[in-house]
Design a protein around this ligand. Structure first.
Ligand SMILES: [Zn+2]
Length: 239
């Protein structure tokens, strides 16, 4: 897993920093957390193919977190993307996407919007789930956690071969946790696989004041990405 900070500047981009956007690269999958202005240019600079993201997780609809989406979708279309794209975000995300696609022209691929209706699991698969909790911001905003399920341990083909299990569907059965018959003797997964590896947890706050819900969400996280626009010196302005 690799996390690339495409933009970390609050409110406005600076010469050194783009608006909020984070790319989480997990195996072959790229998930964007927010997509501020200039995110696609930063993706090019970071050698992340701009057509790769399958999901965009939007924390909230402040411009500095979402103004990169129209440009990114247009470039994806220009590059001939056909894969569907899922965008998760607060209520209003669908209207926002509708507003720019209806005026600029729709993307050449299917875009599905999932508006987060409440805290809890917003996406689930065999490999991981994404949970949302309310952030404490000046508009509806969500913090997200990507929580991986335990991953199977490493498979050792040479051990399987030496125990008389030929390559093919029997290997798959071992990898899926089942025992297989190899010439009258049962070979167990533990003989050819290492123990399962614990899943990882990455949490992204988006803009927020200190939040109890986020603290709970972040418990046990391997990585917490937390915004920090105002420190103690700026407390009056922050309030
Ligand atoms: Zn904001």
């Amino acid at each position: 897993m690799k996390v690339v900070f495409l933009g970390t500047s609050g409110s406005m981009p600076t010469p050194e920093r783009g608006s909020s956007a984070i790319a989480l690269i997990r195996g072959r999958e790229v998930i964007l957390f927010d997509c501020g202005e200039g995110a696609q240019r930063q993706m090019v600079a970071a050698h992340i193919g701009i057509t790769r993201p399958k999901k965009i997780m939007v924390t909230h609809l402040h411009g500095d977190h979402v103004l990169g989406i129209p440009g990114l979708l247009q470039s994806m279309t220009l590059q001939g993307r056909e894969d569907p794209l899922d965008i998760y975000g607060p209520v209003g995300t669908a209207a926002y996407v509708q507003a720019f696609t209806s005026t600029l022209g729709g993307p050449g691929f299917k875009v599905t919007i999932y508006e987060v209706q409440g805290p809890g699991v917003v996406y689930d698969s065999k490999e991981y789930r994404i949970e949302a909790v309310r952030a404490d911001h000046s508009m509806e905003a969500w913090s997200y956690a990507l929580v991986e399920y335990p991953r199977p341990g490493r498979f050792h083909p040479e051990r399987a071969r030496s125990l008389g299990v030929p390559e093919g569907f029997l290997w798959k059965r071992l990898q899926d946790g089942g025992g297989v018959d190899a010439g009258g003797r049962v070979v167990h997964p533990s003989e050819v696989m290492e123990p399962p590896r614990p899943g990882r947890k990455v949490v992204y706050s988006g803009d927020t004041r200190p939040s109890e819900g986020l603290a709970e969400l972040a418990e046990g996280a391997d990585l917490l990405i937390h915004e920090a626009t105002f420190d103690e010196i700026l407390v009056e302005r922050a309030v």
